[in-house]
Write a protein that binds this ligand. Structure first.
Ligand code: PBG
Length: 330
């Protein structure tokens, strides 16, 4: 008697394993989030994100050059806005000489081929830490969409290749697409955070940008009236299909690891590239466990990004991008 089939034959050594491997990670898979701050000479480590930094524009240049050299050719820009420039309506977001607008120009100047994507949402600009304008304890939808559309045009004017609305207001993709077309930005793309869940994994990101919802009466304590309920599955497909109908070029699932079932659902359903955001809390979790010696950092990291791609992620937005590529290039 012998087993009918010996699956282990295809696992006998690294050479045969690599011959039959489905999923190969390359630098082309990654989108690198970058945090930008005002000032000069600043490279400031984010306490809850070890070895991840906020850069002032002068030091951002070196970082961007290094990414390009490593083969990382797309970045996603976020700005930390000084408190005195925050208000309810995100007025500063439209400043043609604001930090985001200058950051876009800085990256394009130093590295014209780099794909520059920009975060479009009010929270870094909001005195209340919300992704929308607040009135009587509610986050207003349509008024917020108007600001997001103007903000997108402002980013396009500064030279952004893609705008990435991360707010989860209804109807914003159509409105942004129309605004861009009206202004002649026919080649400025939209990467929509289409299935973005109300997740506790965003904590370290909110530390990085000082953008958490504030604790005040009549200010919603969380983002559950706009970001999705993590218990829901089919709603993610509905959200994503609507965004594609409205003009999204790339769609996104966020967070990553706990949501790979959703990634696969969406990958099976749509014919545009699917991005997955491996978020700040996922990064922090591994860093903390590795610091304690409880997990092997590089091995777990490679397993995670491979799982994201295997699930259907065409684009991986990840704070690990540089670490991964250094291993690939080694
Ligand atoms: C805000 C935004 C968030 C992230 C990206 N854009 C946080 C939030 O929705 O509160 C999270 C990214 C991360 O945790 O890495 N519009």
């Amino acid at each position: 008697m012998y087993p009918l089939k010996r699956n282990r034959r295809l696992r006998t050594g690294e050479a045969i394993r690599s011959l039959v491997r489905d999923t190969i990670i390359t630098p082309d898979d990654f989108l690198v989030p970058l945090f930008v701050v005002e000032g000069k000479g600043i490279k400031d480590e984010i306490p809850s994100m070890p070895n991840y930094f906020r850069y002032s524009l002068d030091l951002l240049e070196g970082e961007v050059k290094e990414l390009w050299k490593l083969g990382l050719k797309s970045v996603l820009l976020f700005v930390k806005v000084p408190d005195n420039l925050k208000d309810n309506k995100g007025t500063e977001a439209l400043n043609p000489n604001g930090l985001m607008q200058r950051a876009i120009k800085t990256v394009k100047n130093i590295c014209p081929e780099m794909v520059v994507m920009t975060d479009v949402a009010l929270d870094p600009y909001s005195a209340y830490g919300h992704d929308g304008i607040i009135e009587n304890g509610h986050v207003l939808n349509d008024e917020t969409v108007d600001v997001l559309s103007e903000m997108s045009v402002s980013h396009a004017k500064a030279g952004a290749n893609f705008v990435a609305p991360s707010d989860m207001m209804d109807g914003r993709i159509l409105s942004i697409r129309e605004a861009l077309e009206d202004e002649g930005f026919i080649n400025t793309g939209i990467m929509s955070y289409s299935a973005k869940y109300a997740s506790a994994f965003y904590g370290p990101f909110r530390d990085a940008l000082d953008s958490a919802p504030v604790d005040l009466v009549n200010i919603p304590k969380d983002k559950k009236t706009y970001q999705m309920d993590y218990a829901n599955r089919f709603e993610a497909i509905r959200e994503t299909e609507m965004d594609i109908d409205e003009g999204a070029d790339i769609v996104m699932v966020k967070p990553g690891l706990c949501y790979l079932d959703i990634v696969r659902d969406i990958k099976n359903e749509v014919d545009v590239p699917v991005a997955v955001y491996q978020v700040s809390g996922e990064y922090a979790m591994l860093k903390a466990a590795a610091e304690k010696g409880w997990l092997e950092h590089d091995a777990v990291m490679m397993e995670q990004v491979t799982a994201i791609k295997r699930a259907g992620g065409d684009i991986i937005a990840s704070y690990f991008a540089k670490d991964v590529v250094k291993i690939l290039n080694a």
